[in-house]
Design a binder for this molecule. Structure first.
Ligand SMILES: O=C(O)CCC(=O)C(=O)O
Length: 297
C-alpha cells in the first residue's frame, strides 16, 4: 500500500482521467499542488449553529470543568472529541460528501478518528500534524476543518505554506537518534519533548522557504482539507476575544490506525505497530473511532 496517490508523479493525469465528480477532481488537484483545498458551502449553517448551541449546553452542564480550562485571557481551550457528546457535531464530521471525497483521496474507506472544537483562533505556529497522527505507511491522514461561522480576518484565520507538503526535512527517526546520542542525561519523556521541539523548529524556520505563507478566507459551512504533510497553523488574532468557531476532524482510512508522537519518533520499519483502538459505531455509514473522552486540552 502506497502513501497517497496524490503525491505520485502521475497524480494530475490520474485526476484528469478520473470519472469522479468535478468538485472532487478540483479538490484533488489543489491538494496535490498546494496541499490545501476549501469546499464551499458543504455544511448547512443550521447544523453549524446547532453545534455551537450544543457547546453552550455542554459548558452549562460542566461549568466547573470549563472554569478550570481557561487560558490567561479567560478563553476556553480547545475541546477534544466533542463529537462524542454532540450529535450535531457527529453529523457534521461524518458529512457524506466529505467522506466520499476522502474515500476518493485515500482510495480506501474513510473513518473519523478524533476531533477538536475551537471557540477561538488557535494562533498555533506553523506545524505539521504528522507526529500526532502518524500512520504506517505515511500520510494516510487528512485534517478536515469546518467553519461554524464566517471567519473574521481579525480572529486568526487558518494559514498554511502553499505547496509546503513537499518541503523536505531531517527524518524524524534521525532527529530522535541525535537527541538520544547528544542528551543521554534526559529521561525518555524529556527526549521525546526535545525531539518534537526540534522537529517543530525546523518546520517553523525552514518551511516558509518552500512556498508562500497564505491565510484562507473561510465562511460558515465551508470545509478546508489539508495534506498530511502540509505546514499550517492559526495566524495571530488581531482581536483576541473575537470568536472563530470551528471544528477539525482527523480522518484516516478505516484499515489504518493513527499513532501518537512517541510511536512516531520511536517506531522503526515499514510494518505498523500493534492496533491501539477500535470503533464505536457507524454514523452516516462511517465508523467512528473509540479514541477517548470529551475534554479540554
Ligand atoms: O484552527 C487553527 O487555527 C489551526 C488548527 C491546526 O493547526 C490543527 O488542528 O492542526
Amino acid at each position: 500500500m502506497k502513501e497517497l496517490w496524490l503525491d505520485r508523479p502521475d497524480a494530475l493525469s490520474r485526476i484528469e482521467q478520473s470519472r469522479a465528480p468535478e468538485a472532487f477532481k478540483t479538490a484533488a488537484r489543489e491538494l496535490s499542488t498546494d496541499g490545501f483545498t476549501v469546499l464551499r458551502g458543504v455544511v448547512d449553517p443550521a447544523l453549524c449553529a446547532k453545534v455551537i448551541a450544543d457547546y453552550y449546553r455542554y459548558a452549562e452542564q460542566h461549568a466547573d470543568y470549563v472554569a478550570q480550562n481557561l487560558d490567561q485571557m479567560g478563553r476556553e481551550k480547545r475541546l477534544v472529541n466533542f463529537h462524542l457528546w454532540s450529535k450535531a457535531e457527529l453529523d457534521l464530521v461524518s458529512n457524506r460528501k466529505i467522506m466520499k471525497l476522502l474515500d476518493y483521496l485515500f482510495d480506501e474507506k474513510t473513518c473519523v478518528y478524533t476531533t477538536l472544537t475551537f471557540k477561538y483562533g488557535t494562533q498555533q505556529p506553523l506545524h505539521r500534524d504528522t507526529p500526532h497522527f502518524a500512520t504506517w505507511p505515511e500520510s494516510r491522514f487528512f485534517g478536515v476543518w469546518t467553519a461554524l461561522e464566517d471567519v473574521s480576518p481579525e480572529a486568526g484565520p487558518l494559514m498554511y505554506v502553499k505547496g509546503g507538503q513537499r518541503f523536505e526535512m531531517e527524518h524524524h527517526r534521525d532527529i530522535m537518534r541525535r537527541v538520544q546520542q547528544n542528551r543521554p542525561d534526559l529521561n525518555p519523556q524529556e527526549q521525546l519533548t526535545l525531539a518534537l521541539d526540534l522537529y517543530n523548529g525546523q518546520v517553523i524556520q525552514d518551511s516558509p522557504s518552500a512556498g508562500e505563507v497564505v491565510t484562507a478566507p473561510i465562511k460558515c459551512g465551508d470545509v478546508a482539507i489539508w495534506h498530511p504533510q502540509l505546514p499550517h497553523g492559526g495566524s495571530p488574532a488581531i482581536d483576541q476575544m473575537r470568536s472563530r468557531w470551528s471544528v477539525v476532524a482527523h480522518c484516516a482510512p478505516e484499515a489504518v490506525q493513527l499513532y501518537m508522537m512517541d510511536t512516531y519518533f520511536h517506531h522503526d520499519g515499514p510494518e505498523p505497530p500493534p492496533k491501539r483502538y477500535g470503533f464505536l459505531r457507524k454514523v452516516n455509514g462511517r465508523r467512528v473511532a473509540d479514541s477517548g473522552a470529551t475534554g479540554y486540552m
